[in-house]
Design a protein around this ligand. Structure first.
Ligand SMILES: [Zn+2]
Length: 68
């Protein structure tokens, strides 16, 4: 069963700014993958190979659906 300890949230140390950041609600599903405290620090960590900064993933190609 889930343990409820609101005062004991996990924390990590950001390698970019060196600050300790605490678990947030938005990270509840990906906390293990969280490394940086913010998107800014993550962007400063270097380019990510799969996601160029100026290009977002292509949207689904359903621009002209007859029903809409
Ligand atoms: Zn940081």
């Amino acid at each position: 069963m889930p343990h409820q300890t609101p005062n004991q949230r996990p924390s990590k140390l950001c390698p970019i700014c060196g600050r300790l950041f605490i678990w947030r609600k938005k990270w509840e599903r990906c906390w293990d993958q969280v490394v940086y405290c913010s998107d800014r620090c993550r962007s400063q960590s270097g380019r990510r190979p799969n996601t160029p900064p100026n290009e977002s993933p292509s949207p689904p190609k359903s621009l002209r659906s007859p029903l809409y």
